[in-house]
Write a protein that binds this ligand. Structure first.
Ligand SMILES: [Cu+2]
Length: 325
């Protein structure tokens, strides 16, 4: 029997099941979607490579990041094994039980034993993952996540997200954040700082510029003034939604000085793509303190200007849609 007669005999036998045209059309659609998915993955991987100079995740620079990465790779390996097993089973079932002349379908009304097994096994795996995650979570999340009390050794920074910028505030020399009042929010006062509160006077406000020293616990008081944003520090493995009306504490510690980025990881409007901030991790506490005092000096200079010619506190609270450079 030549190949030609074999092919035509197979075709003859498959013929009544699905027309050749329908079959090749389905095959083309399947191959196209597979290529599409692979291409998308390749583009994403290439983007990551272009951005970080390495494949996969960017370098981890936080003390907590290693635990997150450990969890990530464990879940990735576990789901990877399950994925390959499920796809193999699918392909085997497709080939083995494909429509053939003379093949008859068998009908099943369910199998309780099987259903209990394939519900219980994944449930056990998920429960184990929850316990593992919970352990890491408890270590890296401050116990006072919502209450706002802060251990004295953590450097506290307030971040008020807005469309489309990060308002970053330091408490200044007095170590106390001045009151905020949403009713005072306007283009000149992006976080609604209450200038009648004496604690407000020395508060240092930046847009999209987050500074802190290496090797010190950092506590960010995170909130939003408009919609939900997500505070994302990829290199620190920190990602937390910023929610209007709720102050959430985010704790982390840098183990490497350098420049990094803040991204908004929650689609928050038309300008979402440019809601980008900059992180500077100072190599020493003194270099950080020096930056802080430079900011304080700048603030004082603008305040002196204002008392000479009274005006709105522009420099302390720059225009809402200003972009950082
Ligand atoms: Cu945003």
């Amino acid at each position: 029997m030549t190949i030609g007669t074999l092919v035509s005999s197979v075709r003859r036998r498959m013929g009544p099941v699905l027309s050749r045209r329908t079959r090749s059309r389905w095959a083309a659609i399947s191959v196209a979607s597979l290529v599409n998915v692979l291409l998308l993955r390749a583009v994403t991987a290439q983007e990551a490579y272009a951005h970080h100079g390495k494949w996969g995740m960017p370098e981890n620079v936080s003390v907590q990041g290693a635990q997150i990465d450990g969890l990530f790779w464990f879940v990735f390996a576990l789901t990877g094994v399950v994925f390959i097993g499920v796809e193999l089973a699918l392909v085997i079932a497709l080939v083995r039980y494909r429509a053939r002349p003379g093949a008859r379908a068998t009908y099943s009304h369910g199998n309780n034993k099987l259903e209990i097994i394939w519900t219980a096994v994944p449930a056990l795996f998920l429960a184990a993952l929850v316990l593992m995650t919970q352990r890491v979570w408890a270590q890296i999340r401050p116990a006072d996540q919502f209450t706002g009390t802060v251990p004295s050794r953590a450097i506290e920074i307030e971040i008020v997200a807005q469309q489309f910028a990060w308002n970053i505030r330091y408490a200044g020399a007095d170590g106390v954040f001045g009151k905020r009042n949403p009713a005072l929010v306007d283009a000149m006062n992006p976080i609604g700082l209450d200038y009648d509160d004496p604690a407000s006077a020395d508060d240092i406000l930046t847009i999209n510029q987050l500074h802190f020293p290496v090797g010190q616990p950092i506590r960010v008081r995170l909130t939003s003034r408009d919609v939900i944003h997500s505070f994302f520090l990829p290199e620190f493995r920190v990602k937390q939604d910023a929610l209007p009306g709720l102050l959430v504490n985010v704790a982390f510690q840098a183990q490497k000085a350098g420049s990094y980025e803040i991204a908004c990881a929650e689609l928050c409007g038309l300008g979402h793509y440019r809601m980008k901030g900059y992180v500077t991790v100072h190599e020493s506490e003194s270099s950080f303190q020096q930056w802080l005092s430079e900011q304080a000096a700048e603030l004082q200079a603008t305040q002196t200007d204002e008392s000479a010619a009274p005006a709105a506190p522009e420099a302390a609270a720059p225009a809402a849609d200003a972009e950082a450079h």
